[in-house]
Each structure stands twice: as C-alpha cells, then as structure tokens.
Write a protein that binds this ligand. Sequence first.
Ligand code: PEP
Length: 248
Amino acid sequence: MRIKFIAGNWKMNLTKTSSIELARAIARAIPNNVEVGVAPPFVYIDAVASVIAGSKLLLGAQDVSCEPGGAFTGEICVPMLKDLGVRFCLSGHSERRHIRHESPDLVSKKAHVIYSAGLTLIHCVGETLQERDSNQTLNVVRSQLSELNPTIISDPNRLVIAYEPVWAIGTGRNATDQQAQEVHAFIRQTLGSMWNPDFASRVRIQYGGSLKPENAKGLLSQPDVDGGLIGGASLKADSFLAIVNAAV
Ligand code: PEP
C-alpha cells in the first residue's frame, strides 16, 4: 500500500512571517494516512523547522548544489540542508530545467547527491506543450527517468517521481484524470524495467500542475497517482489542506 504524499513547493514566495504562519497552520491540521511536506525558500527553512518541530510535517528543499561543499559562491549543499532537518529535496523541476537551463547531466548529479545523502528524492519529469502536441510525451518522460541510476538508488521508499506536465505548471490548466493516469502508468512500467516491478510498485508518483481543491479528488483517485506536488495552491493553508484531505 502506497501512502499518498502531498508536497508544497513554495518557490520564491512568502516572507519569513508568512512562511512561519503557513507552516504552523499546516502542521496542526495534518490528518492520518497521508504524508505531507513543504519546501520553503532556503532562507526560511530554519525558521519553518523550528515551528514544525515535533509535528508530522516534513521539511523539504526546492533545489540543492551538486557539490558537497566548498568554494561555490551562492550555492547550498546537501549537508547544510540535513543540518536544518530537511527530509526531501526536488531535482529536475521544470523551472530549473527550462528557465535555469539545467542539463540532464546536472539534474542527474543533483538527484544522486540528494539520494546518497539519505534524503527522499522527488525527481520531476514532464513534457512541454510542443512535446505533447508532437506525441513526444512518453519519450521525454522516459529520457528524464533515465537520469536516475538504479545501481545508486536502491530504496523505493526514498524515491518519488513527480509527473509535472510543463504546460500545466502555474497555468491553471491541469492534465485530465486520464492524461495523468496514462503517464503515471507509463512511469511505473518504465521504473519496472529500470529496476524491477516490485521496486516500481513501491515508488510514489505525484502529479503536479495546477492541482487545486476542485480537481484534487479526481486526480488523486487515479490508481497510479500517489500524491501531488503543489505550487500555487500550497501558498494558502486552506487550499493546501483541502488537497491534503482529498488524498485521504
Ligand atoms: C510546481 O511548480 O511544481 C507546480 C505544480 O506548480 P502549480 O501547482 O502552481 O502548477
């Protein structure tokens, strides 16, 4: 049985005060039988960590350096995240791939740095509108999954795949239940051939892209949709918690 995992990606939003308030409101309302996490901007992680201490809310990071530490001005390494109590970290978010032009090689390095440090890895994959329109969705997703090395990643409980069609992120236009299920099933099948079917059956596959309270029930009840990665709707406790409750 896969426990659903709902994660909020706050991106470059909020203030220290509003981060603390939001984290506190979420932490005190988490129902049973669902995992919930938030990924604040780096500079607010420590403040959020102190208000959620002792709660079930998992602390995450949106990005990390591929380097272990040292002379890399402006970067944050994975031991620093662990030091603050971070439990999961994203790799390959479409804003890193497409706006910051992170290469598949860099995304892959970050993914393995995150996993190897003992954190849960949320590896994001997804096609652009142009790729969908030219029937490339499954090829793109397969190639982004191939950034993961099965000889390094051995614990299915610490691997999460987020399927996030780029055309759905922050646009208000979500994948339909059927579109999401089709790609999620393909992801599980691909993980099965990269690792094995038992491993694949334990990996959580989140949907992300304009997930909101109105569409959460439909998407989250698809057989291969094991949670969500939420941007815009994670910035308000009411909307985020409505999605969390739709997952139970
Ligand atoms: C995201 O950026 O991961 C995301 C899913 O954003 P939104 O929910 O705003 O579409």
